[in-house]
Write a protein that binds this ligand. Sequence first.
Ligand code: NAD
Length: 416
Amino acid sequence: MDEELNPLAMARQQLDEVAVHIHLEADVHERLKHCKRTLIVAVPTSMDDGSLQVFTGYRVHHNLARGPAKGGIRYHPGVSLDEVSALAMWMTWKCALMDIPFGGAKGGVVCNPKEMSLRELELMTRRLTSELMIILGPDKDIPAPDINTNAQTMAWILDTYSMNVGHSVPSVVTGKPVSVGGSRGREEATGRGCVCTIREALGHLGMPIAGARVVVQGFGNVGRATARLAQQAGARVIAVSDEWGGVYQPQGLDIEALVCHNQEAGRVAGFAGTEPLTNAELLELDCEVLIPAALGHQLTGANAGRVRARMVAEGANGPTTPAADRILAERGIFLLPDILANAGGVTVSYFEWVQGLMEYFWTEEEVNERLERLMRQAFADVLRVSLREKVSMRLAAYMLAVSRVAEATRIRGKYP
Ligand code: NAD
């Protein structure tokens, strides 16, 4: 039944569960269930064949009690208002868990970027930006990359916003190229944070990361960096996949060579010296760490019983359904929840925003060192609550995060 849940229902169900554990008062609970504002825009775009296509775009702000709205923009045919709203809510919790001063937002456009030219993507992004301008701004709402958007997309948003206000405003987006005010280390930040929490979690379980068998679903921004950094930390990355399928090599893949192959072939499949496997098979491989780093709803009630990993680290947002969560917990599989495991991206986005506002830029070593410090702190905080309250890591992370947002919401009061 849970498998039928839509993402917003799932996010609300998680909130309801946490509310009981933290004795959240009814009125704050009610306010946190709702997204503060939603902007739905039509994005007319001139296509290369001379036709006009009108795409639908969304930008949702969930709760801004702790600071301006922060969250990615994704381009995908499956984008829906409920999904974007759920992701905005998760961003509120993630920022609070990392104790960074942002509220949660998310955006998306219903489109298939794989079938669009660079020119069409640029035109769509620029029109989207002008439609969203009324709510964007460095002290209002700061987008970032997400599925199928990247540093180039952020550069277009930055340029369009700046052109409209008449001066350069780099801090209106994060995840932009270093040449226009991006932060060193941002590209790899989500992967670095993910590997950092995995190292801490393995340490807690008494297992070294060196030699640990790691499986990664997704070979985009998050999956690629996670695989590369896991390998650098001494882990054996035995399988990775993308939307076209996966590759398996029990002795460990050479990730640098795979990155080159992927650049040329446009997919991981066909990498020399590997066996092909499907995404379904990959999720069920025998390994120490399984990292779903692609889409949501990958581990469900249907396949969680067959997961053979010692630990699941959620690189993606919402990859595990509530039914799968219960099954993994019953089977003693340690779970690093998304709002912790993939929080490295928004954390370095925060660093990027701070550096932009100060106009003073840090070295990559400084960025990485500060990131790892915050990730270790967040992991320790969540583990402490999990052990003290005898609850799962996910529930512990939510208890911490929701308590912080509730406190800010409560102390600011309700206007009018
Ligand atoms: P991306 O577009 O760079 O990469 C997505 C990857 O997933 C690609 O390799 C794609 O081929 C693969 N994929 C798509 N559909 C798939 C399927 N059905 N099965 C297997 N693989 C599939 O996106 P990303 O930025 O790496 O984001 C991945 C996930 O991580 C998303 O859930 C996103 O919300 C989350 N996330 C991203 C960041 C970030 O900094 N980019 C931060 C936090 C969380």
